[in-house]
Ligand binder design. Structure first.
Ligand code: CUA
Length: 361
């Protein structure tokens, strides 16, 4: 505050703060112009539907600029030209002007009609075309996404692979509260509502990894409920499908074997605490069949853990298994004893579990 007070006048601080405001508002636009496909904004579309929405956005933005310019211009002209000077008499008092009032009622109504027509046209243009063959059920839950490839026997967590240039239909389901499913570069967002079967579709133009996120506030970890969509050429996608349907291929000897025995056997760690992964997770082809947390069958092949929160590497996996609450406070993965108190597994046990998880490629 002292810094501001020592300034000679208000006028020298005002332009700087308004400049900052303009910069802050323009930043997303400037960034979106950089054109990287990894950029997470609807102004960097990577699909026909995305481009259609983008076009509408720019038209609306252009119209807003023109209208705002017009209104602000009239206000400025009025302020300058009709400013009261010393000795001026009282201005003419008027009680209304029917023609003006009709004009400023009809003009905005016309603008709204134009926007309505453009919006409805856009909605028709981005609706799902016939002939979608691939169907995936995306289930939102606090605070991660499950992707179940219908009829393909593939269940992944927070990572969705799709073939480039093909329509993918997505059935949106929620296990608990309202979430929002949004991959900004591919398609508009859609709410994911418990008991209400929403759906969406998209078709990626070219290969790339695109960020998706939850867009409805859904609790403490709403901000860390992300996922990625990996768009691949058909052959690469087919290879991914084959790998997901096959048993994990990682080396399961040494530490990994010890980890496997701890996890599958629900054994005790060095402090007598239960390795209770089996209570919440499934790993196909094993005795782990629970569906509370993400399916871990091929967790070693995923790029991120904790719903897009941190990259899937050894250090992060150790951090995560050691104490998930450090990484993502309030998330639902907690080891609880019979008294309901949380416990942490010892370091050796954590390292073994991590080696096993990494073998699940
Ligand atoms: Cu789920 Cu926000």
């Amino acid at each position: 505050m002292r810094g501001f007070r020592s300034k000679p006048s208000q006028s020298s601080t005002f332009p700087r703060s308004s400049l900052l405001l303009v910069l802050a508002l323009a930043l997303p636009l400037l960034l979106s112009a950089c054109g990287s496909s990894a950029l997470h904004t609807p102004l960097n579309p990577q699909s026909d539907a995305g481009r259609t929405v983008d076009r509408l956005w720019w038209i609306m933005f252009g119209m807003s600029v023109v209208i705002e310019g017009l209104v602000a211009g009239i206000v400025i002209v009025a302020l300058v030209r009709f400013r009261r000077k010393p000795g001026d008499p009282d201005p003419v008092q008027i009680t209304g002007n029917t023609r003006l009032e009709i004009a400023w009622t009809i003009a905005p109504a016309m603008v709204l009609v134009v926007l309505l027509v453009l919006t409805l046209t856009t909605m028709v243009n981005i609706s799902e075309p016939k002939g979608t063959t691939m169907r995936v059920t995306a289930t939102g839950q606090q605070w991660w996404w499950e992707f179940d490839y219908q009829g393909m026997n593939i269940v992944t967590g927070n990572e969705m692979h799709i073939p480039v240039g093909e329509n993918v239909h997505i059935d949106l389901r929620s296990k608990d509260v309202i979430h929002g499913f949004w991959v900004p570069v591919l398609q508009g967002k859609r709410d994911v509502i418990p008991g209400h079967n929403n759906q969406l579709w998209f078709r990626a133009d070219k290969p790339g990894t695109f960020r998706g996120e939850c867009t409805e506030f859904c609790g403490a970890e709403h901000a860390n409920m992300n996922f990625i969509v990996v768009a691949q050429p058909r052959a690469e996608f087919d290879a991914w499908v084959a790998a997901q349907q096959a048993p994990p291929v990682g080396d399961q000897t040494g530490l990994a074997a010890e980890g496997r025995d701890l996890v599958q056997g629900a054994k005790l760690d060095a402090n007598g605490n239960l390795v209770s992964c089996i209570a919440c997770h499934a790993i196909d082809g094993t005795n782990l069949k629970a569906k509370v947390g993400p399916n871990l069958t091929h967790v070693g092949s995923r790029q991120y853990i904790a719903a897009g929160t941190i990259p899937n590497d050894t250090d992060n996996l150790i951090r995560w298994i050691h104490n998930t609450q450090d990484v993502k406070p309030d998330n639902k993965m907690v080891f609880l004893n019979s008294q309901g108190s949380p416990y942490l597994l010892d370091d050796d046990t954590v390292r073994k579990i991590v080696a096993y998880l990494q073998s699940l490629k």
